[in-house]
Ligand binder design. Structure first.
Ligand code: FES
Ligand code: FES
Length: 165
């Protein structure tokens, strides 16, 4: 089976019902998405599928054939394509904002938080605090860094739109 991950067509040998997360991690050695709950409850395994966040722990690999998967590793290139930038930045603005705000503590939730925030800002460049809280609701941080994550997303929004706040 062939799947498109981060703009590369990859041949994979896993059975069609294998969760995408296992294929990314074990077969393609892409380590951004992480196993947390395995039940679509925490968000640590999130990736983008045609720009929309999905939980790779419950998505069979067969479901992504013919679509584009973007992982944390491919997020800067995804952003460059979305904004038609001449070059690919080292980091997506959300990744940079998470560093600037020192948002993660242990970092386990970081993958899903960044993927979801990137999806949110793609659809809603200047979300209200309530919209950010609502969008991020299904992403759990066991370290409780939610206030810093909120600030980071607001910072990324400003960076991406040039907004003053
Ligand atoms: S590991 Fe997929 S949502 Fe928790
Ligand atoms: S920083 Fe530890 S789970 Fe979020």
């Amino acid at each position: 089976m062939k799947i498109n991950v981060n703009n590369e067509v990859r041949e994979v040998s896993a059975s069609p019902d294998t969760p995408l997360l296992y294929v990314l991690s074990d077969e393609l050695h892409i380590k951004g998405p992480r196993f947390g709950c395995g039940l679509a409850q925490c968000g640590s395994c999130s990736v983008l599928l045609d720009g929309e966040e999905i939980r790779s722990c419950i998505t069979p690999v067969s479901a992504v054939t013919g679509h584009s998967v973007t992982t944390l590793e491919g997020l800067p290139a995804f952003y460059a394509a979305e904004k038609k930038l001449p070059t690919v930045p080292a980091l997506h603005p959300v990744q940079q904002a998470f560093i600037d705000e020192q948002a993660p503590q242990c970092g386990y939730c970081y993958n899903g938080m960044v993927i979801k925030a990137a999806e949110l800002l793609s659809h809603t460049p200047q979300p209200s605090e309530a919209e950010i809280r609502s969008a991020m609701n299904g992403h759990l941080c066991r370290c409780g860094t939610y206030p810093r994550i909120l600030k980071a997303i607001e910072g990324a929004s400003r960076a991406m739109t040039g907004a003053l706040k």
